[in-house]
Design a protein around this ligand. Structure first.
Ligand code: NI
Length: 396
């Protein structure tokens, strides 16, 4: 049995130093040039075959084993967020308005740590590990761009593994749900055209605001009246735009919002009902309406067999009590594009950290931080999870 825990612990200082360096130099979606450079250099030093510029700023590296076997894709995301950091620690962001506020600095660090540990076992690996350092997760363009550039070919992965540091759970807890664990997200725009006029003479016009109000109310009934109560869906109208003055009925109104679902069939039902509602209400109110839905991410679906097998490996680190098997979120992740038709597992690593003022600051908050003890733990978890598939003797 390979003691990845002890080996990851030996990397602790290196992991913390790297994470802090990345934290100080955050880069937004598709601008991860410095980060990608560090990643590529490190992977080359480990002797891996490295490809850069995959999906603009993505990096792919293959660790080829001595014998043939399955290909395991390990995914880490690299991008930061357009947030002005409010933390005061010495490794806070040096770039005003940019911040690693989701933990992707940690994910990049962990991915490199896993590559370092596993590259020592090249002679024992049956198969290969495909390390994917992805840009632009936050804007949901990175995974798609990498897929378009062929990240899923030559070789095609047999399974995908990924993790997210999760600062709403304590260290030692792992979110290891099976089935859908993160939602697919779509955005929508509804353009409503009426007939403008004097607000004192509403009968002479067609009021798009009254129509928009009916639509907003009716859209709330899709989740409450059309979706099976045992399923999950969210429709949020997040922006309402119309009008310019107290005494003018405007010509147009516009609604924006987001849709979150765990299943494609639920997503399809939501879309059908939204079309019926917007068209039906517009017609009844004398307006015309155009609904445009743009798909952002696919639901992240954990394959039951892989989840069961990998949970057994992960439980060696946190015990059965540490495995939270029902952890799911309506948050979205574009790793779903790297798991579409490829079985895999995406899990959450508890990394909550008390802030100096005793408040909790979640992901995407200007004071977000995570417990750096989760770095060596995550390296060991992922290395063991991968080794279970490609190093026959790793867990025996
Ligand atoms: Ni994230």
């Amino acid at each position: 049995m390979i003691d990845f825990k002890a080996q990851a612990e030996e990397l602790r200082d290196e992991l913390v130093t790297r994470r802090r360096d990345l934290h100080m130099h955050p880069e937004l979606a598709f601008e991860e040039f410095r980060t990608a450079g560090i990643v590529a250099d490190e992977l080359r030093q480990l002797g891996l075959e490295v490809q850069t510029g995959v999906g603009k700023t993505g990096v792919v590296a293959i660790l080829e084993g001595a014998q043939d076997g399955p290909t395991v894709l390990v995914r880490a995301d690299m991008d930061a967020l357009p947030i002005l950091e409010e933390n005061t620690f010495e490794y806070k962001s040096t770039v005003p308005g940019k911040m690693h506020a989701c933990g992707h600095d940690g994910h990049t660090t962990i991915g490199l740590g896993v590559a370092k540990l596993l590259s020592k076992y090249r002679d024992e690996i049956a198969g290969r590990v495909k390390f994917v350092f992805q840009p632009a997760e936050e804007t949901v363009g990175g995974a798609k761009a990498m897929v378009a550039d062929g990240v899923l070919e030559n070789p095609h992965p047999d399974l995908t593994l990924g993790l997210h540091l999760w600062n709403s759970m304590p260290l030692g807890k792992l979110g290891v749900g099976e089935g859908p664990v993160m939602a697919g997200a779509s955005i929508f725009t509804i353009k409503i055209a009426g007939k403008g006029g004097h607000a004192a003479l509403p009968n002479a016009g067609v009021d798009p605001i009254a129509c928009a109000a009916q639509m907003i109310s009716a859209l709330q009934t899709v989740v409450s009246r059309n979706i099976d109560p045992m399923e999950s869906a969210v429709i949020s109208v997040t922006r309402v735009q119309a009008g310019t003055a107290y005494n003018i009925i405007p010509q147009d109104a516009e609604l924006w919002g987001t849709i979150r679902t765990f299943k494609i069939e639920v997503r399809d039902l939501v879309e059908r009902r939204m079309r019926e509602i917007t068209e039906g209400i517009a017609q009844a109110m004398g307006c015309t309406a155009t609904l445009v839905i743009e798909d952002g991410t696919l639901p992240v679906h954990n394959d039951p067999k892989i989840t069961e097998r990998t949970r057994a490996v992960l439980s060696q680190y946190v015990g059965e009590d540490g495995l939270l098997k029902d952890e799911r979120t309506m948050g979205a992740e574009d790793v779903g594009f790297l798991m579409d038709d490829i079985p895999g597992m995406y899990f959450f690593v508890g990394a909550s950290v008390p802030s100096p003022d005793g408040q909790y600051y979640g992901h995407h908050h200007p004071r977000f931080d995570f417990d750096e003890n989760a770095l060596p733990l995550s390296v060991a978890l992922m290395a063991s999870a991968v080794a279970d598939y490609v190093i026959p003797s790793s867990n025996s």
